[in-house]
Write a protein that binds this ligand. Sequence first.
Ligand SMILES: [Fe+2]
Length: 154
Amino acid sequence: MAIDIGLTDAARKSSAEALKALLGETYALYTKTHGYHWNVTGPRFNELHGMFMTQYVELWNALDLIAERIRALGHFAPGSSGEMLASATIPPDNGVPEAADMVKNLAAGHEAVSRAAKAGIKVAEKNGDPVSVDLFTQRAQIAEKTVWMLRASA
Ligand SMILES: [Fe+2]
């Protein structure tokens, strides 16, 4: 059955590509944040272990919203972690950083998410796709609020 939601095929494809880019950054940051939740050490353990959990749960829930928006646009979501991470710019960690470096790395990661979301806003606006604009805007807002919290605790 043909999709008829008032968007051209090219617009749906273009919005879906921008969503995939955001999905990749979000997945990379989710993985990093959950790893830090497990591995953080030091006098701030309790505070950071809890803060990282709040953040990885939020990122995990966002993955579902982003992937399901791709599906609503008539495209398939990436089916593997490799496919999701292919476009991500947030680097994976090899080893376990110090707690203070974890906070800095996560702030940089949320900044990358914000940049991907704002690139998506421009694409979706051009496509006449306000539903995707709304999702990208929500993701940018949450990413920037999280950057503030991480920077305030650095
Ligand atoms: Fe846990």
